[in-house]
Structure formats: C-alpha cells, structure tokens
Design a protein around this ligand. Structure first.
Ligand SMILES: [Zn+2]
Length: 385
C-alpha cells in the first residue's frame, strides 16, 4: 500500500500574475487560484503562512522596527559616534551581516542592507529568532509546532542551506529510515531573479520551468519509493515592475524639522515610516507626504484591514506607501533602482500570491493566513484515523 506524503512547496515571489504568464508548474492543475497576500515583505508574509495569523497578531512586520525597548543592538550603540553615514558596500555585506548577527545573538535572517551603521541602534529587528523554529510565534503558534506535536515524520528545508542542497536534502529524506508524512520545501531564488529582471523576462521564466521539472522528478522518485504525493505549492506575494523612483529624503529636506533631531525615519523600498514624540512634527511630515504624487499616507483603518496595525507605533507613528511600480530611491534598503519590487497595496493584482495543487483544496483557502489550515489537514486526518 502506498504511503501518503503531504508535500508543501513554498516559492518566494511566484505571484498569481507571474504564474499565469509563465504557465508555471502545469502539472499542478487541480487547484489553481490567487491568494490574498499579507501586507508587508517576506518578513511579514512567511510568519503569516507559518502561524495562520496576520502581522498584527503574530507581531512580525517589516524587518526593522522601533519598540520601546531595543536591546538587540545596544552593544553597537557606540557606532553612532562615527562621522558621516557609514554604509556597508555590497562586497562586504556577507561578513559584516554575520558579524552583527553574532554580536547581537540573532538566529533569524538578518541583512543590514543600506542602513547606515550609525543608525542601527535606533532600531530592533522583528526576526531575532529563526521563524522556522516550532516555538517562534508564542502568541499564535505555528504549523511547525503542530507537526512536531502530532509526531509526524516531517522534513523542513533548512533556509540557510543553498537552494540545490535543499532539493537534495528532501530527496535524501524520502529514502530515510522512517517514511515521511509531511514535508516543506523552501525555494527563494526566484525572488532575486524577479527583483533583478522584472517580468516578463526569460531568466525568471527559465527558473520556474527548471523548478517545475525538478519537482516532477522529485515526485516521480517519491512514487517509485512507494509514496502517494499530495502536493500543494504556494507563494507569499507577487512582484511589480518598477517604472519610477521617488527620493523622499530630498523631498522632506526643505521642512524645518530634521531627521535625527526631531524625528526618526526608516525608508523601506516601498514604505516610509516615521517616529516622533512631537505631534507637530508628524503633522508637517504628513502634509508634505500627502502633497507628494504617488505617495499614500496609510490611516489606521487601512492598516487594520491589511492586518498590519500596531497601535503602539512600534512600526511607525506615521506610515506612507508608494503606488505599485514606484520605488523609494535611495532608501535604507537600496541606493539604486531595481527592476522589480513587492510590498505594495495587497489588493493590487501585482501583489497577489498563488496556490497550485494536485488535489482539490477547500474553497475557503483564499489568503496566506489560510495556509496553516491547509498544511494542518494531514494532522487532522491522522488524529481521526
Ligand atoms: Zn523580495
């Protein structure tokens, strides 16, 4: 008798529109549907997939934030005395990121990007611990804790390993001493190609086709080993092509209030976030942002509807978002324009994620937050047996 393996494949940035354009994974044709994403970047979307909760509930939104207590980089506060804005050049990013991670005791994903070292201790990071650790989300729980508690034979990709090694590790686990019940394959390289080239472009299309062939070969191998593979593949968000840039720091420069003295700012690629204790400062920043074409100040009710409202202001007292296809350049994430970006309004089609599977998925699964329920179906079946 065959042994059922529930295989979940995560493909970073395989948006619904990209899926349609590239005719991605044609073998997965029983369920093919768009999924509503979580507003934010992968630092918010992946926790939503794993925890089944919104960012407001699991607490992870944009990577850098400003909670009242900011212990992580306290030992690096001395850096603020260095002159100028010291940004780490790309060729040194790997070793510097590792050094900071070690000194701050971080076990999650961390990248400084283009944040000047002088400003690092103004912030903390939401991903201090590995989000794939089963107990990473104490408020909401995680599918990985559910799987552990159900004592399923499970395999979860190591996100730190190179992508080729993740395929190999799953392939090896299929033939391991205990038959696998549940597996999660993590694929993230498509995201980088789409940032670099946008779409339509031959390079991301070739990558999707290569992944589809590799997945087909993996399923055939599993079937040869006596498995019946129930396969669901999903993403976290889509990708918009970038057509224009806005330099918000320059735009705000004529105002009488000054960054560093009157307010703290963090510029993500598509969002600008400001903190100040002075309401007049926030009001003057807001007025200038509202005058800027392509920039939308996000009101609490919008953030709440998008699952990213933090009443304590830890992710920003004032938050602005740019239109799809616009990029903040320079920002604290990058100094130059790139071809593709995500992190726009979640209801825009460029933002939609995708769900494909070789079996019928319940119609209620329509959002990223529903994927925990999808991934826990084999656990419920197990408990019922
Ligand atoms: Zn990305």
């Amino acid at each position: 008798m065959s042994h059922v393996l529930d295989l979940f494949v995560f493909v970073d940035a395989l948006g619904w529109e990209i899926c349609e354009w590239a005719e991605a994974f044609p073998g997965l044709d029983v369920t093919r549907r768009p999924l509503e994403t979580q507003f934010g970047y992968s630092s918010a979307c992946l926790p939503t997939i794993l925890s089944g909760a919104s960012a407001s509930e699991h607490g992870h939104w944009n990577m850098f934030y400003r909670p009242a207590e900011r212990p992580t980089f306290r030992r690096l506060r001395w850096l603020r005395h260095l002159p100028g804005d010291l940004r780490v050049p790309n060729r040194l990013a790997g070793p510097v990121n590792r050094l900071i991670k070690r000194s701050a005791g971080l076990s999650g994903y961390f990248a400084l990007h283009q944040l000047p070292l002088q400003r690092l201790a103004e912030f903390d990071v939401c991903e201090r611990e590995d989000i794939f650790a089963p107990d990473a989300f104490p408020q909401t729980g995680s599918i990985l804790a559910d799987v552990r508690d159900a004592q399923l034979a499970a395999h979860v990709s190591d996100w730190r390993a190179p992508e080729a090694a993740r395929w190999d590790a799953l392939s090896a686990a299929l033939a391991g001493p205990r038959r696998l019940d549940w597996a999660f394959l993590y694929l993230a390289e498509l995201d980088g190609l789409l940032h670099r080239h946008g779409w339509p472009h031959a390079s991301p299309r070739a990558r999707i086709a290569a992944d589809a062939r590799r997945l087909q070969a993996l399923v055939r191998r599993a079937e040869g080993l006596g498995y019946e593979v129930r396969l669901a593949l999903f993403s976290d968000h889509g990708m918009a092509n970038c057509r224009q840039t806005v330099d918000l720091r320059r735009q705000l420069a004529p105002l009488p209030c000054r960054e560093g003295r009157d307010y703290v700012a963090f510029l993500d690629s598509t969002m600008a976030r400001y903190w100040s204790e002075d309401e007049r400062v926030l009001a003057s920043l807001r007025a200038e942002l509202e005058r800027t074409p392509g920039v939308l100040v996000l009101e609490p009710q919008t953030l709440e509807a998008w699952g990213a409202y933090f009443p304590g202001g830890e992710y920003g007292d004032l938050i602005a978002l740019v239109e799809p296809g616009t990029l903040l350049v320079p920002s604290d994430m990058g100094r130059r324009a790139i071809a593709g970006m995500h992190g726009y309004a979640p209801d825009h089609p460029d933002s939609w994620a995708a769900l494909l599977s070789n079996y019928e998925v319940e119609p209620e699964v329509t959002r990223l937050a529903d994927l925990r329920q999808l991934m826990s179906a084999p656990l419920r079946a197990c408990a019922a047996a």
